[in-house]
Write a protein that binds this ligand. Structure first.
Ligand code: 4NP
Length: 156
């Protein structure tokens, strides 16, 4: 069982999108790969809120339903509950490294490390952006999710 936690700043745009996309791609393409998937934010501004309506709309256009998720802030226990904590951008990764308790065995990485055909390291924060920026989150998230599933299959 691989336990994966996606982390962005607010947990209302990028990380809930990644959580849903990976869960649904896994069900479609690798249903026998045992995984537990969740998401959280480094910030607590949106705790309890559903995903941003722009993220919900962009996801729905591609058949991903993310409306049932609710934002939460990462906590110390997450660093023991998850094996792989995937940051959406370099700032999230830096914040996670600062939060990781001594003795936590979780691996911290950039999610985009798994999107081998993409040149960029970050899933850019779309919050102050336009509809196109939310589409980009979906593009990058789908690519990295496929790469992550492939990597986990190879590791078996
Ligand atoms: P996320 O996007 O980190 O992808 O969920 C953001 C959501 C909210 C804010 C920033 C980024 N905010 O500043 O409230």
């Amino acid at each position: 069982m691989t336990r994966v936690l996606f982390v962005c700043l607010g947990n209302i745009c990028r990380s809930p999108t990644a959580e849903s996309v990976l869960r649904q791609l896994l069900a479609r393409t690798a249903p026998d790969l045992p995984m537990q998937i969740d998401s959280a934010g480094t910030g607590d501004y949106h705790t309890g809120s559903p995903p941003d309506t722009r993220s919900q709309r962009a996801a729905k256009k591609r058949g991903f339903d993310i409306g049932n998720l609710r934002a939460r802030q990462i906590c110390a226990e997450d660093f023991d509950r998850f094996d792989l904590i995937l940051a959406m951008d370099a700032t999230n990764l830096r914040d996670l490294r600062a939060l990781q308790p001594a003795g936590s065995a979780a691996t911290l990485r950039l999610f985009m490390d798994y999107a081998k055909d993409q040149q960029r390291a970050d899933v850019p924060d779309p919050y102050m952006g336009k509809e196109r920026d939310f589409e980009t989150v979906l593009d990058l998230t789908e690519a990295a999710s496929r790469g992550l599933i492939a990597a986990l299959k190879d590791a078996r």
